[in-house]
Design a protein. Sequence first.
Length: 194
Amino acid sequence: MPVWNPEIAPVSTTQPMADRIALVFDRCFADPKGFNTRLCGGYFEPYYRPAGGSQRHHQVEFTRGYAASALHEAAHWCLAGEARRRLPDYGYWYLPDGRSAEQQAAFEEVEVRPQALEWVFARACGLRFRVSSDNLYSGLGPSDSFKVAIWARVREYCHKGANARARAFARALACEFGRPDPFSAGIYQLADLS
């Protein structure tokens, strides 16, 4: 597991937030002898691209230069197992905006873990986290049960621990942005979710 060392080439504080997040991720996970994975922005849609062909590293792509997208896609990567990380976009299905109520419920069920981890990462950066229902056209915002499930999962990450990659990244972000331990349950309030 990579060890974050803030003494090695610190990230410039004048860079945009998403770029700083990507650099922290890369310092944790880009080593070819380790996870060989980079976090890259500037894309129209998020996507995970495993190494292959002329691409020698795995690539987690986030939307444009959005810090929230970088954190969300990093959360998906941190949760994906080894077999999933060998598949384009982790082998997951995705239904675009305009989902039915039933499809939205299925979306919320699978998004609890990554959105909870995204909240931890956002706190580690000093950013506000917003729950994403990712379904603007249907008018279905995040359900109250989805918010409660995210909050409960964050508290579980704080009390029982997240996996090693998630812990390493969250703590590296907190170090980079001068924030307290992002795994302190008391800093997460259900009322903060919007």
